[in-house]
Design a protein around this ligand. Structure first.
Ligand code: AMP
Ligand code: GLY
Length: 459
């Protein structure tokens, strides 16, 4: 699998030759696949990575490294003389792995623990967005002991008829949010959200908004931002957006209703104000800043920030990029994105066409995924022209792979347009099987129309 790549140095930046990626999911697989095929890259090392990630050309994994052990990650970066470290998942970011790497003088792309609070605390995200003048859903934050006030606010929002959303403050792997049509049920659940949470913010009660969602992710250096194209995740487990929220069951890009040339407008109205506010507070954000938006009749509204690339968004976005990513990440890590922003004011250039990713998940996901089942058909899926990124697989002693987590694989189809990309992804996903495999069949199946009026003004 080799991504198309043009000459390094575009945007006035130089390519790192040895890169360490921290993580082991399908997002990190896609990052390793992209970076390892770029000009000038000698080796990509993934800690811990996985058996499947280690089969990519020029990629090596360090399976014994615990990604939450900052000292071990620093030692690994030193041992391989990494010129750039990219931290993928939220847990090591929340654990301060980036802080440890920077303190050790290692060039790192990712936010500090303090800046990653944008993701690790939904209450903090609301506070920063409000100070930055960025529109979010109306919300209030409650702590243990404030049950009566929380119930009153649920009732107040419920009376408006649009439904309410209860969000646990703190990391929950995309599973701490429940959207309620029925206010009575939300009232019943307030107590369980607040019980035993200790001091500090515990629960965010939010108005429910209606609209299609979009993920807009930017590469940030603390002040400046370069956009990736918009993509759309599908958070619910089942077709028709039914069932529980998950980490994401499939994604596609580009979006008819937030086209690539409209993304710069979102960066100007959401990302840049947030970057400015965090810099003002002395905790500048350097890393992938992910804005989860809902596109309402009244314009885009921010639902959440993440401090990293989305998963499965990364798996559909990275194959679309027409330029090497390593030099841009390295420039951001040097706090010097100005040349890239100057070269690409509308966002990173993309290849023609579209990509659609379908997540294949284990039986029991998201509650209790079953592990250890043999996976069939990966090679046939790849022979259909799909990319298969591994998130929760393990190498089996006799060869092949078994399931080893909730979201096991992301199967990505590429094509001239979304319909053709979806055909490839569907055909390839149909060829993969294991006992109890769960997946959606409606990723990119019905597309929202293009907006009548462009969203935001481009830079
Ligand atoms: P979050 O982790 O905050 O993005 O929430 C996870 C998912 O819950 C989102 O992707 C939406 O599908 C849904 N959600 C969150 N907040 C709202 C809201 N205020 N209105 C409607 N749906 C929401
Ligand atoms: N796909 C949503 C996320 O990565 O949080």
């Amino acid at each position: 699998m080799a991504p198309d790549a043009k000459a390094a140095g575009a945007g006035g930046v130089t390519a790192p030759t040895r890169t360490l990626i921290v993580g082991s999911g399908a997002r990190e697989h896609a990052l390793a696949w992209k970076l390892a095929a770029e000009p000038g890259m000698n080796e990509v090392v993934v800690a811990p990575g996985s058996a499947a990630i280690g089969t990519e050309p020029r990629v090596r994994c360090l399976p014994s490294i615990d990604p939450l052990d900052a000292e071990a990650v620093v030692a690994a970066a030193r041992a391989i003389s990494a010129e750039l470290v990219v931290v993928g998942p939220e847990m090591p970011l929340a654990a301060g792995v980036v802080d440890a790497l920077r303190n050790a003088g290692i060039r790192t792309f990712g936010p500090t623990q303090a800046a990653a609070r944008l993701e690790t605390s939904k209450a903090f995200c609301h506070e920063v967005a409000e100070a930055a003048g960025v529109r979010m859903a109306r919300a209030r934050v409650f702590s243990e002991g404030e049950e009566a006030a929380a119930r009153a606010y649920v009732a107040e929002l419920g009376a408006e008829g649009g439904g309410v959303v209860l969000k646990q403050d703190g990391l929950a792997a995309g599973k701490g949010v429940t959207v309620y049509d029925d206010t009575g049920l939300a009232l019943d659940h307030v107590r369980s959200h607040l019980a035993g949470r200790g001091p500090g913010p515990a629960l965010v009660v939010e108005e429910r908004l209606a609209g299609h969602e979009a993920s807009v992710i930017a590469i940030c250096d603390g002040r400046e931002a370069v956009a990736l194209p918009a993509s759309r995740d599908h958070k619910r487990l089942c077709d028709g957006d039914l069932g529980p929220n998950t980490g994401g069951m499939g994604a596609y890009s580009p979006l008819p209703d937030l086209p690539d040339d409209a993304v710069a407008g979102v960066i100007d109205t959401v990302h840049r104000p947030i970057l400015a506010e965090l810099a003002r507070r002395g905790t500048p954000f350097l890393g992938f800043l992910y804005a989860g938006l809902i596109l309402t009749g009244d314009g885009p509204v921010l639902l959440e920030c993440n401090a990293r690339l989305g998963d499965p968004e990364a798996q559909v976005l990275l194959p679309r990029l027409a330029v090497p990513l390593g030099p841009v990440l390295a420039a951001a890590a040097r706090r010097d994105l100005a040349a890239s922003v100057g070269a690409w004011p509308a966002g990173l250039p993309v290849l023609p066409g579209a990509s659609v990713g379908i997540v294949l998940a284990s039986d029991g996901y998201p509650a209790t995924p079953k592990r250890g089942l043999p996976i069939e058909g990966i090679e046939s899926a790849e022979a259909e022209g799909a990319l298969v990124f591994h998130g929760g697989s393990i190498g089996r002693p006799g060869g092949g792979y078994g399931t080893n987590g909730g979201r096991v694989l992301t199967v990505v189809g590429r094509g001239a347009d979304l319909a053709r990309a979806r055909d490839v992804a569907e055909r390839a996903a149909d060829l993969i099987s294991w006992d109890g495999l769960q997946r959606r069949h409606d990723i990119a199946a019905s597309l929202p129309p293009a907006p009548a009026v462009a969203i935001g003004a481009g830079r």
